[in-house]
Design a protein around this ligand. Structure first.
Ligand SMILES: [Zn+2]
Length: 382
């Protein structure tokens, strides 16, 4: 599975079970070809007539690497792959693909839960991994907004709900990048401004929250809870798995002011996916002691090209600030391919450092363990 020969200790470190510190559920039902294709493209739309989303880096990787897990030859056609997947059934295909990822613990972002997706507990049963929860603060806000009668109730319930849900989670996550962008005013909004915004919010509580004042209030309220409980806060940045992002507003460098404001508080800030701003994330992780980064689904989606992304991430990021996640979502293939691309890309990066005499094999093995599981255990206290 690894693309290069490495000393035994380094190989073992790369193949050791991973901690996947950010992922979502996968579909429990048997998918049609059209349904499957929608889930493997960040476009959320069908490929243009006469083309297919299998003609992408991720599509090619599914045919190459997932086919053998379903007892097929590598590079099998998309049609044969999907018909074998249907023959096995979603349950068995999910079980095989999730297990093949070689993951010992999965931290599930439960903010996207729906009846169509495996729950966190089911993800654990299928993968054989331990499961912990990451709570999504915008989802908590939505639940509170739909119940609250008045602005003061809303604010009280929001604080209570954040504390209650965080009590059973190992971290919190925010999608503020996709709601108002990361260039938000880093200060806490005033109570007067928040009450006025909450009154407007409650006039249409089912709408998606995009008001920057309430988003900032929510984020600071989450930071208060995170500080009290010693939890990291994950930020979705850069590419997401769907077109629901203005990419230029999701550059993590835009939130430098907020990162600085959090430094004295000490809450770890975890920058998720980051691509194509992973060099900015690397700088932030190097410059601020509480900032961590991963490239998440960027490795899955760049697939055969993921070694370059990994190399760029490793240029500057302190090794103890790097984490692994698949950000898997929708289809279990993305869980397996995230882990596979991570191991293969890191193997290549370690190989040349050892051969050039830059790192000893012992350094390479220690750092592979650190990125694959050690740092996640440390900051999420697993
Ligand atoms: Zn995510």
């Amino acid at each position: 599975m690894l693309p290069v020969d490495l000393p035994g200790t380094v190989r073992d470190a790369l193949l050791a079970p991973l901690v996947d510190h950010h992922c979502h559920g996968v579909r429990r039902d048997d998918l049609s070809r059209a349904g499957f294709e929608l889930l493997i493209s960040p476009s959320g739309a069908p490929a243009p007539p006469g083309t297919t989303h299998f003609d992408t880096p991720l599509g090619a990787a599914i045919r190459r690497w997932c086919a053998p897990v379903l007892d097929l030859e590598p590079h099998t056609s998309a049609a044969v792959y999907l018909s074998r997947r249907a023959e096995l059934g979603a349950d068995e295909a999910n079980r095989r693909l999730l297990r093949a990822a070689g993951v010992m613990a999965i931290l599930v972002d439960t903010g996207l839960e729906s009846a169509e997706l495996l729950s966190a507990a089911e993800m654990g049963r299928h993968s054989g991994a331990a499961i912990d929860e990451i709570v999504r603060i915008e989802q908590i806000e939505q639940d509170v907004a739909e119940m609250a009668q008045a602005a003061v109730d809303y604010l009280d319930s929001l604080a209570e709900e954040l504390a209650a849900r965080a009590a059973r989670a190992v971290g919190m996550t925010t999608v503020i990048a996709y709601r108002c962008g990361l260039g938000f005013d880093p200060s806490r909004p005033t109570r007067g401004a928040v009450i006025a915004a909450a009154n407007q919010r409650l006039a249409d509580p089912k709408a998606r929250l995009t008001d920057p004042i309430l988003l900032r209030h929510l984020l600071w309220a989450a930071v208060d809870v995170a500080r009290e409980r010693g939890l990291p806060v994950q930020f979705h940045t850069g590419l997401g798995g769907d077109p629901d992002v203005d990419l230029h507003r999701a550059d993590p460098a835009r939130m430098t002011g907020f990162i600085r404001a959090l430094q004295p508080i000490g809450v770890p800030v975890v920058l998720l996916h980051c691509y194509p701003f992973h060099r900015q994330a690397a700088y932030l992780a190097a410059a601020y002691p509480h900032v961590y980064a991963d490239v998440g689904l960027a490795l899955t989606h760049t697939a055969a090209g993921s070694a370059r992304v990994m190399d760029e991430l490793l240029e500057l990021t302190p090794f103890h600030k790097l984490l692994y996640s698949s950000d898997c979502h929708g289809v279990a293939e993305t869980c397996l391919l995230g882990a596979l691309a991570f191991r293969r890309a890191l193997a290549g990066a370690l190989k040349w450092r050892i051969e050039a005499g830059e790192w000893s094999a012992a350094d390479a093995a220690r750092i592979a363990h650190m990125i694959g599981s050690g740092s996640a255990r440390r900051i999420y206290r697993l």
